[in-house]
Design a protein around this ligand. Structure first.
Ligand SMILES: [Zn+2]
Length: 167
């Protein structure tokens, strides 16, 4: 029986991944996973939206995924836009301000820190997303409390294809 046939009747992914929409980041490839392994939620800037949280809750509470990974990445255009919105007061067209608004607090937290602002904001955004998920009542907090769930954060390095865990 091939992989697709086996998955017609159900799925039990071992990880729910919240990653950026960036076309260079394909979480299924980054982890060499097959169909049925990885439950993916993607939004530019990999931050937690209410709808994304609902998807993650489904992945954990219904499908039984024991792990959530928030995956940021290098050279993230969403993070760069978030920085422009804060530093230069750039107002982007259409609905893009929804995205830059969501990244604002991460950018502001690291604005005066030494080092590379894009890198620092990317790391901060992953940490903030991990924290938000850890506090998401009742489903994720329940699973965490029972020891059925781990929530971690990582940064995908474009040049090496490796994921560095940071939270
Ligand atoms: Zn990105």
């Amino acid at each position: 029986m091939d992989e697709r046939e086996a998955l017609v009747s159900g799925q039990n992914p071992f990880v729910a991944v919240l990653s950026c929409s960036d076309s260079r980041i394909a979480p299924e490839y980054a982890f060499d996973t097959a169909r049925g392994d990885l439950f993916a939620i993607r939004v530019a800037g990999n931050f937690v939206t209410d709808e994304g949280l609902a998807s993650i809750e489904y992945g954990v509470a219904v499908l039984g995924a024991p792990l959530i990974l928030v995956l940021g990445h290098e050279s993230c255009g969403a993070i760069e836009a978030g920085i422009k919105a804060v530093k230069d007061h750039t107002v982007f067209p259409g609905h893009i301000p929804k995205l830059t608004d969501a990244l604002k607090s991460s950018v502001e937290t690291v604005l005066k820190q030494p080092g590379d602002l894009v890198e620092n904001a990317t790391v901060q955004n992953v940490k903030n997303s991990v924290e938000r998920l850890k506090k998401a009542t009742p489903l994720l907090t329940d699973a965490l409390g029972k020891g059925n769930l781990k929530i971690v954060g990582g940064i995908y390095r474009l040049a090496t294809g490796k994921v560095e865990l940071i939270a």
